[in-house]
Design a protein around this ligand. Structure first.
Ligand code: ZN
Length: 261
């Protein structure tokens, strides 16, 4: 099978499926200039042990230290833009070919690309909230408050330090997002696993739910995954190139007068 055949086969799976869900990991944001922190040598976390600082206990005990680190993260992510991979998933959704995107990324790029049905299982940097009064603030407001604070800790109107709505080490995953992700996985005829090595919970488990319920998997990522042998389609080229080819084949098949496929 040539790479072209593999992309066409995936297009057929997508067109035949009534409920397709995408599951995305760090690999889809790499072309936006956001390094996969698990890749050796390129890591976001190289000079700091995230387990030590991006931890709920540090946030509670020493918000100044926590925010000295997290403010840098916000700064790093602030200028990033969605790439063509994010955009193509939004287009597939707009064409009625994709039901939802489940992501472990916290970078907010799927939403900014226009994805409507988005489940963020590790939370998002898009807002921060107050653990005391529950108030929520958008990212730009949080950054403004951090810059204005003498100790560089963004604070709620009630003066409590704000916490980014991302899942920190030591925290549970957001229950509602997780429930929705499981529901989508179990109802999917086809799950597109994109840019994830399927090693970290919960993305490691969701494709198994799809398989157990009788659905199929397509895996688009460069690195090997534990589920490669169970995938109906396995593409290992550049994520954006593969999605581009998928989009082109979907268009060609859908609108071809012969109605092939
Ligand atoms: Zn508050």
């Amino acid at each position: 099978m040539t790479p072209g055949d593999a992309a066409r086969r995936l297009a057929e799976l997508v067109l035949r499926s009534e409920r397709t869900v995408a599951l995305t990991g760090a690999g889809i944001s790499v072309p936006s200039g956001i390094p996969d922190f698990r890749s050796p040598g390129t890591g976001l976390w190289e000079r700091v042990d995230p387990m030590e600082i991006a931890h709920i206990d540090v946030f509670r005990r020493d918000p100044e230290r926590f925010w000295a680190f997290y403010g840098q993260r916000f700064q790093t992510l602030n200028d990033k833009r969605p790439n063509r991979g994010h955009e193509l998933l939004a287009r597939l959704e707009g064409s009625g070919l994709l039901q939802a995107v489940i992501t472990q990324n916290i970078d907010d790029l799927h939403r900014r690309a226009g994805t409507q049905e988005l489940v963020e299982v590790h939370g998002t940097i898009a807002h921060s909230s107050c653990l005391r009064c529950g108030a929520s603030y958008p990212l730009q407001e949080v950054r403004a408050r951090q810059a204005a604070d003498g100790r560089r800790v963004p604070r709620c109107d009630c003066r409590e330090p704000l916490k980014p709505d991302v899942v920190l080490f030591g925290e549970y995953l957001p229950a509602r997002a997780l429930e929705r992700a499981v529901q989508l996985a179990e109802q999917a005829d086809l799950m597109l696993c994109i840019g994830t090595s399927l090693e970290v919970y919960p993305v490691a488990e969701l494709p198994l739910r799809t398989l157990a319920a009788g659905g199929q998997l397509a895996i688009i990522t460069r690195s090997p995954t534990p589920l490669d042998g169970r995938a109906a389609s396995r593409l290992d080229g550049d994520v954006v190139d593969e999605l581009d080819a998928l989009w082109a084949d979907v268009q060609a098949t859908r609108y071809s007068p012969a109605g092939s496929g």
